[in-house]
Design a protein around this ligand. Structure first.
Ligand code: PEP
Ligand code: MN
Length: 282
């Protein structure tokens, strides 16, 4: 008797064969998946106007092309800072107006999609929601591009079948993002699975990003893993940067200070050049 496992059902939309030339996802004027390495950077959470604007100016000056900032935060404890929600979206819009950077922010639930879509240029689906199929079906109907993070305990097959929900719904503007998986290792927050980069590039036509911040949990490790990700063939990075990491309301220990971000961007330029690509100048 043959046991049919769901992940053996062929992928129709995300498979490389469906679009051998590869997909370039357009986020306003920024192309993700083209020759340029795209760095998306900003705070884990939007905390207030001064924090966001100072960080946004710093990441733009360092060469980031998209501003990240969470306003609906999926926190482990309900007593932790949950994000500024609607007020945070307004601040992101102000930061976009001032810096010209498009914004990426997380949508945690299908009910939040209308309001988040009014502000975001790129919808982030977080690790914890990788198999929130209702949300995936809703963003599949959206015309906005999606930054789709791998579940922390998901296999590559499960991840790709989940992405299939979005593409089969009609939205092919999907960027994949490896953000670390759970292993027995406890010296880092997660184990950044860089195997996923060449594997995803081979099996799908979608752009692949790496998040070395959640992948390690340690700011001091982020530049090394960022370089390794580009060397492994990633199309870009999602990096947490805070104007004052020690005061951050979430993920401060894995957030780069602006001067650390600048140093990392200089290193990345050399790795990108070795890979025949470039990191956009500010
Ligand atoms: C984040 O990007 O801040 C985040 C919550 O990431 P993840 O979903 O990968 O944990
Ligand atoms: Mn975070």
């Amino acid at each position: 008797m043959t046991v049919i496992c769901e992940t053996t059902i062929p992928l129709r939309w995300v498979a490389r064969e469906a679009k051998p030339e590869g997909t370039v996802v357009r986020v306003r004027e920024v192309n993700v998946g083209g020759p340029e390495i795209v760095v998306m950077a900003g705070p884990c959470a939007v905390e207030g106007e001064a924090q966001l604007l100072e960080t946004a100016r710093a990441v733009r000056a360092g060469g980031a092309k998209i501003l990240r900032g969470g306003v609906f935060k999926p926190r482990t404890s309900p007593y932790s800072f949950q994000g500024l929600r609607g007020a945070g979206l307004e601040l992101l819009a102000r930061a976009r107006e001032e810096t010209g950077l498009p914004i990426v922010t997380e949508v945690m639930d299908a009910r939040q999609l209308p309001i988040v879509s009014d502000y975001a240029d790129l919808l982030q689906i977080g690790s914890r929601n990788m198999q929130n199929f209702t949300l995936l079906e809703e963003v599949g109907r959206s015309r906005l591009p999606v930054l789709f993070k791998r579940g922390m305990s998901a296999t590559i097959d499960e991840y790709l079948h989940a992405a299939e929900y979005i593409l089969s719904g009609g939205n092919d503007q999907v960027i994949l993002c490896e953000r670390g998986i759970r292993t027995f290792e406890s010296s880092t927050r997660n184990t950044l699975d860089l195997n996923a980069v060449p594997m995803l590039k081979r099996r799908t036509h979608l752009p692949v990003l790496v998040d070395p911040s959640h992948g390690t949990g340690h700011a001091w490790m982020v530049p090394s893993l960022a370089c390794a990700a580009i060397a492994a063939g990633a199309d870009g990075l999602l990096v947490e940067v805070h104007c004052d990491p020690l005061q951050a309301l979430s993920d401060g220990s894995q957030s780069l200070a602006p001067e650390e971000f600048d140093r990392m961007m200089i290193q990345l330029a050399a790795i990108a050049a070795a890979m025949g690509r470039e990191v956009g100048k500010p």
